[in-house]
Design a protein around this ligand. Sequence first.
Ligand code: PNS
Length: 171
Amino acid sequence: MNGVPSQSRNAAIYPGSFDPMTRGHLDVIERAAAIFDTVVVAVVVNPQKREPLFTLDEREEMIREAVSHLPNVQVTHFRGLLANFVRHAGATVIVKGLRVVSDFESEMSTALMNRSLSGVDTVFLPSDPKWSFVSSTLVKEVYNLGADVADYVPPAVLNVMRSKRPEPRPA
Ligand code: PNS
């Protein structure tokens, strides 16, 4: 787990499960990278969710490839409390994307808890409407049922998905 570079005045952490990273995630990262000096994409280890489709290494590697055009973006992982990671990393802000209003309802209390624990605020970036219906969960569901997910994930992710299940099943 790396910290943010010491010269970064505005260092953002973008945390998530990224199982897998979607085009919506990438859009948020690109826009955050244009606002903050540094963006650290932090993949959570052992999320309190079902067994992930991708290993931690796979998720980190796919994200690294997808953000390789963004020089101020780094990729790492963290365990346990995000608030602890954010403090130890020296981040000045947490970034979260909001796709729909229901995201805001849960993210609001999370943001307040994270600020209470770490003193670090959360900045919300609205999802591009183009991606507002795209979530990792839905991508996995339609992929598992045979859909082509090329429109919803970056090419780096698609390649790994195709290597796990070479061809989409016909409808
Ligand atoms: O992509 P996700 O699954 O929506 O990301 C959720 C994530 C990783 C940001 C959230 O589960 C998290 O912060 N986990 C770390 C544990 C933690 O700090 N929990 C308390 C939050 S107030």
